[in-house]
Write a protein that binds this ligand. Structure first.
Ligand SMILES: [Zn+2]
Length: 473
């Protein structure tokens, strides 16, 4: 039935949330650094405890969890404290995908029903969606503001201050990266976002001209793209990136070589960890000694992927994330499939929040090749160490269906001159040494992989191309 304009209630963003109360609960920068950032482990645990129980209460109202938890025989009374967290059955992206298929985009992990709930100002963003339709996530004002506050904290921690220009070379579209960066910078740092987007939105040369003309102090982007941008500046435009105004590179560093990226730009690179569902979860401070988890908003576990038992410090496991703030779609023990390790010791900044060392790769990106587990990211790290390449690479998987499976690592040469044959043979040996499995290496001219990786066009760069024949069974 169509309702007339007069009686339709339109929710207003600024009336949909008690901002003062939210800021007391999740202090934005700089207040955060004199309050929550300084809590002891015990105080932090008490805060997490109370927020965790509230989040569990909300999750029990959501069909996805009622279904998932009932199937595992869990009752609402079973979880009485954070100590019981390990009893909650985890879920992964596969469970989310199954939940979307029934009534997209109102997947049953989103606890808002347009037929029942009062209208709320909502935002929809998605996962990258490399296969099939992208996975939607819907955010309420509370969800969104906490994510924005955390973006602001992280950037403040990495040196961003009011009136700084922050150039964001992440796609502006369905995925959260660029949009979320803009909201956080604008609302909670006083700095000015410059949304150049990916290379398809603003060509790389134009991105560099803008940095030069407007003097951006910080760049946000994927490290491979910022490396590409630095090389285009240096080698094609004859502009030395070190002489530009940039003093910080804000990236998901992973296994990318920090030292060479920093040397190229003459700027510090700070590692950051986040996802579409939760926004930023952890980030490095200027001491660069592991990424501080924002533990007032998340409980981050590093667990063995098979036994689900917690891993001791410095041992690699997969990330399970539990949100402590989300309303529309709380994430309770979401197995991110990202491989990391808890960092030991204390950071010089004095903060005692848990830290993770770095993200070593995504376990669902892992390829099992003749019995050996291979991460494309680990291959990239080895390629990056060979200065005869420019660090660009893509792994192509072939074979299957009776044929022996093989991987070819395609790399770009740094200069025109280097004989590709030497690089190919030596790099293949180096990879065999490091990974324990023989891969083919094929060197191509600089820029020759762009059509495969999408480097200059998208911020979702492809590192693995699977051309294997599916097994017919
Ligand atoms: Zn620190």
């Amino acid at each position: 039935m169509h309702q007339g304009a007069v009686e339709t209630a339109i929710p207003r963003y600024h009336q949909s949330l008690d901002f003062e109360a939210l800021w007391r609960e999740f202090p934005p920068a700089p207040d955060y650094f004199s309050s929550t950032y300084r809590l002891s482990r015990d105080e932090l645990r008490a805060l997490q405890e109370q927020r965790f129980l509230r989040e569990m209460g909300r999750a029990w109202q959501i069909p996805f969890y009622r279904r998932h938890w009932a199937a595992a025989g869990m009752q609402p009374g079973d979880i009485r404290s954070l100590d019981d967290l390990a009893k909650v059955p985890p879920f992964s992206v596969h469970d989310l995908r199954a939940s979307v298929s029934s009534d997209p985009p109102w997947a049953d992990y989103i606890g808002i029903d347009p037929d029942e709930h009062a209208p709320l100002p909502l935002i929809l963003q998605t996962s990258g969606g490399t296969t099939g339709l992208p996975r939607p996530m819907i955010f309420t004002p509370r969800d969104r503001e906490v994510m924005n506050i955390i973006t602001g904290r992280r950037l403040y921690m990495q040196g961003v201050r009011p009136f700084d220009l922050v150039q964001v070379a992440l796609s502006m579209g369905l995925t959260n990266g660029g949009v979320l960066a803009r909201e956080g910078i604008w609302k909670y740092t006083g700095a000015v976002p410059v949304m150049t987007g990916s290379g398809a939105q603003t060509p790389t040369r134009r991105q560099i001209e803008l940095i030069k003309a407007w003097k951006a102090k910080f760049l946000i982007g994927f490290p491979a793209y910022l490396r590409h941008m630095g090389l285009v500046a240096r080698d094609e435009l004859k502009i030395d990136p070190r002489e530009l105004s940039v003093k910080g590179l804000i990236v998901h560093l992973g296994l990318e070589d920090r030292a060479s990226l920093e040397a190229l730009w003459g700027a510090d690179a700070y590692d950051t960890y986040g996802c579409n569902e939760c926004g930023t979860m952890a980030a490095e401070c200027t001491h660069k000694s592991g990424m501080h988890v924002f533990e007032d908003a998340f409980v981050l576990e590093v667990n063995d992927p098979d036994t689900l038992q917690p891993k001791p410090e410095a041992e690699r496991g997969v990330v399970f994330i539990t949100t402590l703030f989300k309303y529309a779609a709380p994430m309770i023990r979401y197995n991110m499939n990202d491989v990391t390790a808890l960092a030991g010791g204390e950071c010089a900044c004095g903060n005692v929040h848990r830290r993770i060392s770095k993200i070593f790769g995504r376990s669902d990106n892992m390829v099992k090749l003749r019995g050996v587990n291979v991460f494309p990211e680990a291959i990239g790290a080895i390629v990056g160490e060979d200065k005869r390449t420019n660090g660009e690479y893509v792994c192509v998987l072939e074979g299957g269906e009776g044929e022996r499976e093989s991987m070819t690592v395609m790399v770009e040469t740094a200069d025109q001159g280097a004989p590709p044959h030497d690089i190919e043979a030596e790099l293949a040996n180096r990879l065999k040494e490091a990974l324990g499995v023989r891969l083919k290496v094929q060197a191509v001219q600089r820029g020759g992989l762009d059509h495969l990786t999408g480097l200059s066009q998208t911020s979702k760069i492809r590192r693995l191309i699977d051309r294997r024949q599916p097994t017919s069974s």
